[in-house]
Design a protein around this ligand. Structure first.
Ligand SMILES: Cc1cc2nc3c(=O)[nH]c(=O)nc-3n(C[C@H](O)[C@H](O)[C@H](O)COP(=O)(O)OP(=O)(O)OC[C@H]3O[C@@H](n4cnc5c(N)ncnc54)[C@H](O)[C@@H]3O)c2cc1C
Length: 443
């Protein structure tokens, strides 16, 4: 069978890999001039670094499994430290143990000085979806929401707790039940003292090196500069139009996997799965920028970085001390930091020029960690349409998309728009899409 995959982000490449290893012929088409989507590595100040995503969840098997399957097991590294802080109330304060911001150690929380007022109310969880903000405020109080849950959730979605869906964006909070603080504290107390496996993993050279390894091992034909403009039925199979306007090329396939962000997927499915297209057109994205700073001289930094509660209204949303967090970055001998800027609905910061963005980030960092030595080099990576916002009702939206796509034989969708934005979830989603496709086509 010949399959066309639209999008060479980690979703599309995983789909290509899964199809290729089962002996199918695959062509992957991506509009950008590079593969990998939000996984991108590049050089700043002579150091190879991640300019997009930087780690994978190692607690679930899919991403690490893919890394091993494509021959990069020996490049896997766990962070040297995951000790993060919260920059609030005039200092970087140690982030106490939490379940996605819901405190599980009240003594550590009190010692951190991050929050004064914690409640532990029992309020029945409603059957219908609610926002993370509504759930947490009613049970743990507004301060826990604003100074712990918001910054942690913001680190994943760059979104707002009052809009994000409890069921889709924070199922681990839903699992804590009616009284999440008491449940989180009890779960931590019951946990054994046995050393726990590392939660995250990265790759020497960056997780941005993963896409090329997957592409190389997949056996697929991978084309960049190939924006797909049309997907339509053609007899028993499919016809795609790709390439620059004026030089459009036709690609034919028996099946199609569309692995693009929701706005592009909505356009491509408009004719073949209109209900899915309509549902996807309503999915909002947050745009963010990552500012990477390589210092000219060594600067001592403690911990893996810090998060910033949006209520404090700082320019920087979070900072990672890359050379403290990753041994492979420390090996470069350089002090490297990266800061993220921008949240859902707040794109003003991203309209600044690179120079001003860097200056404002450096000013924030100086306040947080002290005056830094001069940068040897800086880099601004803008990610427009970076992170889908799983707002209240997201699971219904996804169900609509799935049932509409299922009515078009030989069509599948995957990517960060559906079942989780993290790399591991995206890899799992792509694997599931391939399984559904092959089941449907009897292959
Ligand atoms: C700044 C940032 C940091 C992140 N950090 C982490 C992290 O540390 N850990 C983690 O687990 N997750 C992280 N994430 C989330 C994760 O990286 C993404 O959710 C995931 O990589 C998305 O993969 P994808 O394949 O679904 O989409 P994308 O990576 O967006 O890939 C989609 C591809 O489709 C292509 N495309 C779009 N339209 C068309 C078209 N019409 N025709 C052809 N091609 C098209 C694009 O060029 C792109 O290559 C981060 C995300 C961002 C933005």
């Amino acid at each position: 069978m010949r399959v066309a995959v639209v999008g060479a982000g980690i979703a599309g490449l995983t789909a290509a890999w899964e199809l290729g290893r089962r002996g199918h012929e695959v062509v992957v088409l991506d509009g950008a001039d590079h593969i990998g989507g939000k996984l991108l590595s590049g050089h700043v100040g002579g150091v190879q670094l991640d300019l997009g995503a930087e780690s994978v969840l190692a607690r679930r098997p899919e991403a690490v499994g893919l890394i091993e399957a494509v021959g990069l097991a020996d490049q896997l590294q766990h962070p040297v430290t995951t000790r993060a802080g919260v920059w609030t109330r005039g200092a970087i304060r140690p982030l106490p143990p939490t379940v996605l911001g819901v405190p599980s150690d009240l003594e550590a929380l009190a010692a951190s000085g991050i929050v004064d007022d914690v409640r532990a109310e029992s309020v029945p969880v409603p059957d219908q979806d609610v926002s993370v903000g509504e759930f947490v405020t009613a049970r743990a109080g507004r301060e826990v929401l604003q100074r712990l849950v918001e910054p942690l959730l913001g680190g994943v979605y760059a979104g707002h707790a009052d809009a994000l869906s409890l069921r889709a964006a924070a199922p681990q909070l839903l699992a804590l039940g009616d009284d999440p603080v008491t449940a989180a504290v009890a779960a931590r107390a019951a946990a054994s003292d046995a050393p726990v496996a590392p939660v995250f993993a990265g790759l020497v050279g960056g997780v941005g090196t993963l896409p090329q390894a997957v592409a190389d091992r997949s056996g697929a034909e991978v084309r960049t500069g190939s924006t797909v403009r049309l997907v339509e039925r053609s007899g028993d199979g499919w016809r795609l139009l790709t390439g620059p306007v004026g030089d459009v090329e036709e690609v034919r396939a028996d099946a199609v996997v569309v692995a693009t962000p929701a706005p592009a997927t909505a356009r491509l499915l408009a004719e073949v799965a209109p209900d899915a297209a309509f549902a996807l057109a309503g999915l909002d994205y947050a745009s963010v920028a990552l500012v990477t700073i390589v210092l000219a001289e060594h600067f001592e930094l403690a911990g893996s970085g810090f998060l910033v509660p949006p209520v404090d209204d700082r320019f920087v949303k979070a900072a990672t001390f890359s050379s403290t967090k990753w041994a492979w970055v420390a090996d470069s001998g350089r002090t490297v930091l990266r800061a993220s800027v921008g949240r859902a609905g707040e794109s003003r910061a991203l309209q600044l020029g690179d120079g001003e963005l860097v200056d404002r980030v450096l000013a924030n960092l100086a306040e947080a960690v002290g005056r830094l030595p001069r940068p040897a080099d800086t880099h601004v990576q803008r990610w427009g349409g970076a992170l889908p916002q799983y707002e209240v009702g997201h699971l219904d939206r996804v169900a609509t998309v799935r049932s509409s796509v299922a009515s078009a034989r030989g069509l599948e969708v995957c990517g960060a728009a559906y079942d989780g934005v993290g790399i591991a979830a995206v890899v799992a989603g792509a694997q599931a899409a391939v399984t559904r496709l092959l089941d449907e086509l009897g292959d």
